[in-house]
Design a protein around this ligand. Sequence first.
Ligand code: G6P
Length: 619
Amino acid sequence: MCGIVAYLGRKAAQPILIEGLKRLEYRGYDSAGIALLKNGGICVQKTSGRISALEQILNVPTSGDVLGIGHTRWATHGEPNTVNAHPHTDYTGKIAVVHNGIIENYSTLKTWLKSEGVAFASQTDTEVLSNLIGYLYDHIEASGGCGNQNPFEWAVQQALQKVHGTFGVAIVCSDYPDLLIGAKRGSPLILGVGDGEYVLASDAAAIVEHTTRAIYLADNEMVTVNSDGFYTKTVNNVVIAKDLKEIEFSLEQIELGGYPHHMLKEIFEQPDSLSTCMGGRLDRQWGKIKLGGIADSLRELTQAKHVIFTACGTAFHAGLVGEFLLEHLARIPAETEYASEFRYRNPIIGDGTIVVAISQSGETADTLAAVEQAKERGAKVLGIVNVVGSTIARSTDAGIYLHVGPEIGVASTKAFTAQVAVLSMLAIELGRRRHLSSDDAARYIDELAQIPEKIGAILQQSDHIREIAAANIDKENWLFLGRGFNYPVALEGALKLKEISYIHAEGLPAAEMKHGPIALIADGMPAVFLATTGPQYDKIIGNIEEVRARGGRIIVVATEGNAEIEERADHLITIPEAPELFQPMLSVIPLQLLAYHAAVLRGHDVDKPRNLAKSVTVE
Ligand code: G6P
């Protein structure tokens, strides 16, 4: 949600900022801008629209400009037009800020600044921050001076102490053409440390092209960078030491690699990404799972009386599968809560309650708030996260990484299958420690190990699935129906279709259809049934017949070799046989492809769907 990039080094900053913004564009893409330190002043170029629109308006020669900041926006305060685009300068024109997050007390601060005669150009909360820094910088003598401290740094610190809310910021001042300041609270910020050059960004994707060494700022920390080096402090001016870390992914992993879209690439990566996720963790011989990140918490987890999964979006659907898995394999009561609801509902957290936050990005504000809430109430909190070193990964007591590499497509795909794989491994291991025999556990592990190959077989039906999407592309309302383990997959299938094709879709437990949604069925409305083998197969056949009788178009995902279902289906997609509890990792694949092809057929930008952002860092 909003991407920030800043450069200080020996090269021309502008092309580096533009390239960095393109890599961050998945975080937000409604407007964009850059500011360069130029000829003793600050030159801002910004526009509504995407980075490609920004490139078209760039009309300033870049030679000699070695310091700059850039931003790609997902609007919160103020519509996505040019005035509201970042960077925001202050009223003196000396300070420029790019910001990710929300300044919650912006209204109070704005009223005060206005009463001091400060004029505002935009409706954004960020301009309040740039004006506040500018005002404090401008009035430094009146406030008693800043001693030996750099005045620009002092003003930034004072301002950040006054704002409430979240920020990842990069700030420059025209009086200091060799100084870049970054700070964070609640929004990610990483400083890439290269050879005589620095890239400050909200995401490592904008950094890896330049260096793989980085420092990850924690909340209320700031970094001051000049061409000789950098130092880190808290926003309260306490000097702190930070370790350089190695960024764990390569440029190759964030490039398209011949695919037309990141989403398609990530769908097709799943056999490999799941193998990596499970690699080294499955011990088939002893029927055990090795989960190093939670080794110290396993005893507590095994004795847990109650597990609460909390997450948003696709990760929430993975949590729902996890709930089934944990109850089925480990017989531990589990429930899944939307993170946004969990934090406000006065949850009951007693002895033996374990909260598990699931998040691809590790930055989702609602999930992070739920983590904080659970911690405050004394719960043990674990994380199932993809992005290494992300805020949720660092805020939780322990956790399991997905290890599937960066996910760039806004619609989550490979993270979902890996989240379910991790939850499957967790459930097997806890089951084994509670009551599962080692033979049973080994059998489950064997089945789990076969999932990547089975996904590979499903992917070969991509063309067939595109034909199904094409045959129904004029339909504006779809249903997705599943039972048991496939019920969360039905929700996920509907979410995928909505997110990228903008077709209205509803996911339901199939039996619920008769309590209302059945009234919608008429005139060839597509209903996607997950009718794979399992104890509820006969029941779902009944549901298929109910829709058929009312003129619905039947699209079925069934298990290979099921001949009898063919005559009931207008369109049939098959998946390989697997135990019911592992089927979600298979049955979701055709639904990911269906949504992808529908979106392409409708001419949408699959990787940057309307109004969405990959990582939602506002509540
Ligand atoms: C956004 C994305 C979804 C994602 C959700 C949770 O809404 O568009 O694809 O599932 O956030 O993200 P997380 O990073 O916490 O898994």
